[in-house]
Design a binder for this molecule. Structure first.
Ligand SMILES: NC(=O)C1=CN([C@@H]2O[C@H](COP(=O)(O)OP(=O)(O)OC[C@H]3O[C@@H](n4cnc5c(N)ncnc54)[C@H](O)[C@@H]3O)[C@@H](O)[C@H]2O)C=CC1
Ligand SMILES: O=C(O)C(=O)Cc1ccc(O)cc1
Length: 307
């Protein structure tokens, strides 16, 4: 059992990410009280059945009262609505953070509503799966994973250090970044891979009508890897696309250009070009594996806190 880091934590949104945080907080004893609130009463009831917190309230405003740490874990498009609901009820000195996959838009939605008396520190744990909802979370999700903060100018150093300490207690490695830079980096390493997966699985599904069930029947592991990403939550990914539009479009333009290069090399039988690219990318995979960042979803257990 670790030490208590916050007396009262409020979790707004209790899906995959919120419930994984709740499980770690409970397991490690990081808070005296964990108040949970979420939009649907059905999910709230499920959180209670799973005993994820110490109290369960229907309104976000009620949940944040007296909370020292507020973690907003909702689809990024709901950030402003949540900020509006909680703002008048936040305790002076409280730390308010989020876990959204995009950062500039979350800041634009939330920061204007935050009272000066609280510390608003946007965050993003780079850990997750294609699943969603409170049953999908698990203890240890964040272990060995990066958590990126995109602090606003003038952020209180002690508050940032406390939030960092919290994520480190969950096993994360922490870093800081400018929100625009975060959004560009994440566009290429996370958002594009999901968009490409949605696209290829959609294309295969369209072909299915032509080839009957062959696409699914003979799908090799490469295609199956894409289907895992393409099974990710539609609301969450719709919001990511809408709220990181510029960076995603910039990376998609670059991606399409490079795909055209590949297409041309195939058309003209330029094997040397194909070989050069495929060798370069193979080196990248090998360096990721060496750095221990190759954890596929089925292997998460290896990193779980309970092992
Ligand atoms: N799924 C993943 O792998 C990762 C997701 N994220 C980010 O974490 C956030 C949450 O994602 P998940 O936990 O995966 O989603 P989820 O779909 O599992 O859970 C979302 C939760 O938010 C609640 N919610 C939705 N709209 C709400 C509103 N207006 N007010 C209050 N609660 C509301 C839902 O009831 C649910 O409890 C998103 O912003 C996502 O971009 C970050 C890292 C990884
Ligand atoms: O399931 C996967 O492979 C992921 O990439 C999970 C993920 C989704 C969104 C994020 O912002 C961070 C991590």
């Amino acid at each position: 059992m670790s030490e208590i880091l916050f007396d009262r934590i409020a979790l707004i949104g209790i899906g995959l990410i919120g419930s994984s945080i709740a499980r770690d907080v409970k397991k490690l004893g990081l808070a005296k009280e964990v108040v949970i609130s979420t939009r649907s009463l059905e999910t709230l009831k499920r959180a209670e059945e799973l005993e994820l917190g110490t109290s369960y309230v229907a309104s976000a405003a009620e949940a944040v009262k007296d909370a020292d740490l507020v973690i907003v874990s909702v689809p990024v498009g709901a950030s402003e609505a949540v900020a509006q609901q909680i703002a008048p009820h936040l305790k002076p000195g409280a730390i308010v953070t989020d876990v959204g996959s995009t950062k500039a838009s979350v800041i634009a939605q939330m920061a204007p509503h935050m009272p000066e008396s609280v510390h608003f520190i946007p965050g993003h744990p780079l850990a997750g799966t294609e699943k969603s909802g409170p049953d999908a979370g698990f203890s240890g999700l964040f272990k060995g994973r990066w958590c990126i903060f995109t602090p606003l100018e003038g952020t209180d150093a002690d508050a940032l250090a406390r939030l960092r300490g919290f994520w480190e207690a969950l096993g994360s490695m922490c870093d800081e970044m400018d929100p625009q830079h975060h959004d560009k980096v994440l566009a290429i390493v996370s958002h594009l891979p999901h968009i490409i997966a949605y696209n290829i699985v959609g294309t295969a599904d369209d072909l299915e009508t032509v080839t009957e069930s062959e696409v699914i029947k003979y799908s090799a592991s490469g295609f199956r890897d894409f289907t895992r990403l393409a099974a990710s939550d539609p609301t969450m990914w719709r919001d990511v696309c809408l709220h990181n539009k510029d960076a995603i479009l910039e990376m998609l333009a670059r991606f399409s250009e490079d795909l055209a290069y590949l297409q041309r090399a195939i058309r003209w039988g330029e094997g040397d070009k194909l070989f050069e690219l495929f060798s370069r990318t193979r080196t990248i995979r090998r360096s990721i594996v060496q750095a221990g960042q190759d954890v596929d979803v089925p292997d998460f257990g290896r990193h779980a806190l309970d092992k």
